[in-house]
Design a protein around this ligand. Structure first.
Ligand code: S3P
Length: 429
């Protein structure tokens, strides 16, 4: 599907955000591991969370769903069945990496495969620790999916210092650790999203900058009875859109605002964005708030390596904001972006350059030459089958001098199927 974007005069309105993809996928996987029945409300229709449901069904979970309410009867840690077929993780790196930890820990032989994009993503980061714990993993070209996972040896708990600030890797090791009599410890020195620790109630010891998170068989896995909050990563597109368009205002009730997720909010505020957080409260164990954003004059910003993990998914759209800042912005230490659903550093550089923005690439980042008065050249942008690139290109196109087109726009449905209809409803032409 190709989608035409006509630049509007302004965008205005209230948005009901899609439910958080990271939390939703975890709720399904953890409900599988619980022995009690889970009731999850506001479960998203997006492709990745739906993939999580089909994967847990293959391992024996019983699922009933009506609207956005999902009841899951888990198998418990020891009741999973050996899947009769390959488990298809679709486009989801989170499902593949976390499920790898679960089946390796449980000793359930399974093959995990994915779509063309996931089949190119590096898996050595999970293969190494899982093999240290006793798994045997065969991967295409040494470290690409499909992953054939077995465990013939006994389970060995490990102390594991994260070599990359990755929540998927952290979660993978901790989930495998849930099957060990002795404790597995993951040590992180740069905090990355902590939904797994929160939702499973894992013990976290803070020692200065280090977080030491533990898991073992003694930890009871709670049923997942929660309402999934709105996805801050989806909100970020509108935070940027309303900031760069004149006379614009968007309100987003019930957005997740977990501090390990919303560095983009602080970066945008540092750039001068007018963003208010109202009605802060807890939805289950996660903080949520209403976000209100209005048009603003943006200054340039440098995004530092230690900020990257907590803004990782919002970096493409932050690059769009930087194109309209009054000066030069720099992103450093973001090499992880090259290993997402596409090489997001290259993909967003192409999008910005097609629009006429000057961009310089470095191994781990970009320098973006901003101009608040600039008109963007109308262009045809390729989503590279990456949801966040499709949506970032659409936000850039809101400022173009004509009609732009997003190729393979259906990619947005991986995390935000309602994105295009929300855009139509907000845009005042
Ligand atoms: C995710 C973690 C991040 C993020 C991804 C979702 C998660 O990946 O980019 O979209 O749900 O744990 P990494 O952990 O690989 O950085």
């Amino acid at each position: 599907m190709n989608k035409e974007i006509k630049p509007p005069e302004r965008i205005k309105g209230t948005i009901h955000l899609p439910a958080d993809k990271s939390i939703a996928q975890r709720s399904a996987l953890f409900a599988l591991l619980s022995q009690e029945s889970s009731l999850i409300t506001n479960y998203p229709a997006a492709e990745d969370p739906q993939t999580a449901l089909s994967c847990i069904a293959q391992l024996g979970a019983k699922i009933q769903s009506a609207d956005r309410r999902i009841r899951i009867e888990g198998t418990g840690r020891d009741g999973m069945r050996v899947p009769g077929e390959i488990i298809d993780c679709g486009n989801s790196g989170t499902v593949m990496r976390m499920l790898a930890g679960i089946v390796a820990g449980a000793g359930i032989p399974a093959t995990l495969a994915g779509d063309a994009s996931l089949s190119h993503r590096p898996m050595k980061r999970i293969i190494d620790p899982l093999e240290q714990m006793g798994a045997l993993i065969r991967a295409a070209q040494g470290d690409r999916p499909p992953l054939e996972i077995r465990r013939d040896k006994t389970f060995t708990p490990i102390d594991y210092r994260l070599p990359v600030a990755s929540a998927q890797l952290k979660s993978c090791v901790l989930l495998a650790g849930l099957f060990g009599e002795k404790t597995t410890r993951v040590i992180e020195t740069v905090a990355c999203r902590n939904h797994t620790e929160i939702m499973l109630g894992l013990p976290v010891l803070r020692k200065g900058k280090e977080h030491i998170i533990s898991s073992n068989r003694g930890i009871a896995i709670p049923p997942q009875n929660l309402e999934i909050p709105g996805d801050f990563s989806a909100a970020a597109f509108w935070l940027v859109a309303a900031s760069i368009l004149e006379d614009s205002e968007i309100v987003m009730p019930s957005s997740g605002v977990n501090p390990t997720r919303c560095a983009a909010l602080h970066i945008l505020r540092r750039m001068g964005a007018d963003i208010e957080m109202e009605m802060m409260k807890k939805a289950g164990k996660e903080p949520v708030a209403t976000l209100r954003v209005r048009s603003a004059k943006l200054s340039p910003a440098d995004i530092h390596p230690e900020e990257i993990p907590n803004a990782i998914d919002e970096l493409p759209v932050l690059c769009v904001a930087m194109a309209f800042a009054d000066g030069v912005s720099r992103i450093t230490g973001a090499e992880e972006l090259r290993f997402k659903e596409s090489d997001r550093l290259a993909a967003i550089q192409n999008v910005l350059e097609a629009g006429g923005v000057r961009v310089e690439a470095h191994a781990g980042g970009l320098t973006i030459y901003g101009d608040p008065k600039r008109k963007i050249r109308a262009a045809q942008h390729d989503s590279c089958h990456d949801h966040r690139i499709a949506m970032s290109a659409a936000i850039l196109s809101l400022k173009s001098d004509g009609v732009s087109e997003i190729k393979n726009a259906e990619a947005a449905a991986v995390s935000y199927p309602e994105f295009w209809s929300h855009l139509d409803s907000l845009a005042h032409i």
